[in-house]
Design a binder for this molecule. Structure first.
Ligand code: BGC
Length: 753
């Protein structure tokens, strides 16, 4: 449709909205602006306005709940495709896969009859301990923007609204319902808002979820600065703002800002702030009816866009869930999300090109057993692979908080390996580390209790129960460790699959430290003593300290990568797929290296001051010269790539275009992520050492050479000038670094602006 026709259509919609508004009673309008079920608002059947049905969340469409209870319906019709988490998706550094992932989620949501899918989560990973980091993408706003925009578009192609969350500065779970986030203006603009702005202006998101926390002393749900001044006035947003569940705290204040739909976790729907109290406030003249109309207008506009209303309604897409096509896309994304962190030469026991990975067919082939007398083949001895560690077997889809789903299936690493290897290799499993049972947690639904301050009750550590529990843990841990070591001794190949699970990567609680839980460090060291070639696979949603990492020769990182995780992992370990994931966040060596540890401004109750300013993630480590365990943008491949001939292809007022050549100099086809970082050399304010401003993933056959262009818009050279209240580009020299990781940018070009 050309822009004239589009304008005409938008005007038609606005007049239809006006027409509907004039017919709606105050009660009907108020019915639309608050939850009348745990995941829906009120319909107005008289006028053909259906209710708006929402569902979580980023990893798939959540199971079905009755309108008024958090006890799942529990039928068999809500098993779904389990999509890679947002962190896994970000690790692909592949915007096309983000679009595909969005398409899968949108189509599934529509197939399940939903109108709004509460995803993606795009908050900045400010600290590695934030419990919800697994649901978020990155520490870097450029990577978030590049991935979130196509994701949103992919969702919305299906006549389902994305709901980008959580707006804004929601970067910890501790005291999440009330913590006051204090952040200076430049930091807000350069780090925390660009993802949301892109979601609105480039992604065209139809909806946005406000965060629980306060921003500069005022709840995000009633924050004029965020919702009216920035979102509506500056960014021109005309979509819907939905509250996080239970994030609204007032009637008048909320009614008077651009927050359109109050949702919560309790079933006293008429008592919500934007329910009966709002009707009374309008009647008493405290709130104008026009304020309510504005909310309804935003909701109706979204409903027209979703083809829930109007003449296009008969053509609304029907969606589909659990399709083979979705599973294929999930597998594709999972493959590219796996990050190879270490791959050193083995101690001589196999491995191609001297490296431990991939495991070669030859190394895994059964060994002939020969007759002593004449060397005849008598039989064969199968090679034995020991998969050690609870995450080898564990399925993660059902945890994490609101991101939980009922996955149609989830291929564990153990299953993936067994499927890939068949009957000629013996794959054995030992749990390796002990996970204590959680007593009593299922008695209360966490979401029902989520408005209370402490989601998890802490028991007194000196109580008898706790002491007995500690003894039980120590005893079980020893037994499992011994069993694992015995298995490792007799195995030809040892694969340790550990990491975290959703007891740690979870909504409502931050981690207490960055260490591996359940005694995994001790197990890792013990395995390395027995089998120095042990291959380490970490499945987790956020970084962990790996004190044994110097000793480990092969280390693979796998975020929660969806229902095909095990297949994708097996393909990578066996070299059927060449790993191409890159870390979307820095992995510090120890938690004490983080800026938030040093400034003490993470995980506090009451208020949090982002004292580090713009120096978040690699921007901090590079400034201080701290060497992380694994840097931002880092990830290995089974092949090698060379980059050369970098030059400025074009420079004009709007953009700078760089060109370079990338060659696959190794023996295996594979993908490399060409990353471009910018240094502002002459600036009146302190700038980061360098910042990611563009990237491109390229797939190359062995020996193939290709020109790659990177476009940097003018914005890439700007910073936020607090005096001018806008982004500015100061004239001077800029260095453009190009490479395959933030710490490996060997090419550079200079420009003057
Ligand atoms: C979470 C949101 C989620 C909502 C609905 C809240 O607890 O913060 O991300 O979408 O619940 O389940």
């Amino acid at each position: 449709m050309d822009s004239k026709a589009e304008k005409q259509k938008a005007m038609n919609v606005e007049s239809q909205i006006q027409e509907l508004l004039s017919q709606l009673t105050l009660e009907e309008k108020v019915g639309m602006v608050h939850g009348k079920g745990l995941f829906c608002n009120g319909a107005v059947e008289r006028l053909g306005i259906p209710r708006l049905v929402t569902s979580d969340g980023p990893m798939g469409v959540r199971m079905e709940f009755p309108d008024d209870s958090w006890i799942p319906v529990g039928k068999s019709d809500d098993y779904v495709t389990y999509n890679p988490s947002n962190s896994a998706l970000a690790a692909t550094w592949n915007p096309e896969l983000a679009r595909e992932s969005g398409r899968v989620l949108g189509e599934e949501a529509r197939g399940r009859g939903k109108d709004v899918i509460l995803a993606p989560g795009i908050n900045i990973k400010r600290d590695p301990l934030c419990g919800r980091n697994f649901e978020y993408m990155s520490e870097d706003p450029c990577l978030i923007r590049e991935m979130a925009v196509p994701f949103i578009q992919g969702v919305q192609e299906n006549d389902v609204a994305a709901c980008v969350k959580h707006f804004a500065v929601n970067n910890q779970e501790t005291d999440r319902m009330a913590v006051d986030t204090l952040v200076d203006e430049r930091t807000l603009r350069e780090i925390y808002l660009p993802g949301f702005q892109a979601a609105v202006q480039e992604g065209g998101t139809y909806s946005l979820m406000n965060a629980y926390n306060k921003f500069r002393g005022i709840y995000c749900s009633e924050n004029k600065e965020l919702l009216d001044d920035i979102l509506r006035d500056e960014w021109g947003y005309d979509g819907t703002v939905i509250s996080d569940w239970g994030a609204v705290h007032s009637t008048k204040e909320t009614a008077e800002v651009s927050m359109d739909l109050e949702m919560s976790v309790t079933n006293d729907f008429d008592d919500y702030f934007l329910a009966d109290p709002l009707i009374r406030a309008v009647r008493d003249g405290e709130v104008s009816e026009a304020a309510v109309d504005e909310k309804v207008r935003n909701l109706l506009r979204m409903m027209f866009r979703l083809k829930m209303l109007g003449e296009e309604a008969p053509h609304r897409k029907q969606g589909a869930y659990d399709t083979p096509e979705h599973r294929r896309k999930v597998l594709e994304t999972a493959r590219e999300s796996i990050v190879l962190l270490k791959n050193e030469p083995s101690d001589g026991k196999g491995g191609q090109g001297g490296r431990l990975l991939p495991l070669t067919e030859a190394a895994l082939a059964p060994a002939p057993v020969l007759a002593e007398s004449d060397g005849r083949i008598l039989s064969v001895r199968k090679k034995k692979i020991a998969v050690i560690g609870h995450n080898g077997e564990h399925q993660h889809a059902g945890g994490g908080g609101s991101a939980e789903i009922k996955a149609l299936y989830e291929v564990s690493p153990l299953l993936g390996l067994k499927k890939a290897l068949g009957g000629n290799v013996e794959v054995c499993y030992a749990q390796g580390y002990y996970i204590p049972g959680k007593k009593g947690v299922n008695e209360v639904n966490w979401q029902e209790a989520s408005l209370e301050r402490q989601v998890m009750e802490q028991e007194d550590p000196d109580s008898e129960g706790q002491r007995a529990l500690r003894e039980e843990i120590a005893c079980n841990r020893r037994a499992l460790l011994e069993e694992a070591c015995a298995l490792a001794k007799e195995a030809d190949t040892v694969i340790f699959v550990g990491g975290l699970n959703h007891d740690y990567d979870t909504e409502g609680r931050d981690r207490g430290d960055m260490r591996l839980p359940y005694g995994q460090d001790e197990l890792a060291e013990a395995l390395l003593d027995i089998a120095p070639d042990t291959i380490f696979v970490m499945v987790a949603g956020s970084p962990v300290e790996m004190p044994w990492r110097q000793r480990a020769r092969a280390l693979v990182w796998c975020y929660y990568s969806g229902m095909e995780t095990g297949d994708a992992l097996a393909e990578v370990l066996l070299g059927r797929v060449n790993p191409s994931g890159k870390l979307p966040e820095t992995f510090p060596a120890v938690y004490q290296d983080t800026v938030t540890y040093k400034n003490g401004q993470f995980g506090l109750e009451g208020s949090i001051e982002y004292r580090e300013g713009i120096f978040v993630g690699y921007r901090y480590y590079e400034k201080e010269g701290i060497k992380p365990a694994f840097p931002f943008g880092y990830g290995l491949s089974y092949t090698n790539f060379a980059m050369d001939r970098l030059g400025v292809k074009e420079q004009n007022k709007e953009e700078v275009v760089l060109a370079l050549e990338v060659t696959n100099t190794g023996l295996m086809a594979g993908s490399e992520v060409v990353q471009c970082y910018v240094t502002d050399c002459d600036c009146s304010v302190e700038r980061p050492v360098k910042e990611l401003k563009a990237f491109r993933k390229v797939f190359l056959q062995p020996g193939e050479r290709r020109e790659v262009c990177l476009t940097l818009p003018r914005q890439a050279f700007s910073f936020y000038d607090t005096a001018k209240k806008s982004f500015v580009v100061e004239p001077g020299r800029f260095v453009l670094w190009v490479g395959n990781a933030s710490d490996n940018c060997k090419l550079q070009a200079e420009i003057m602006i």
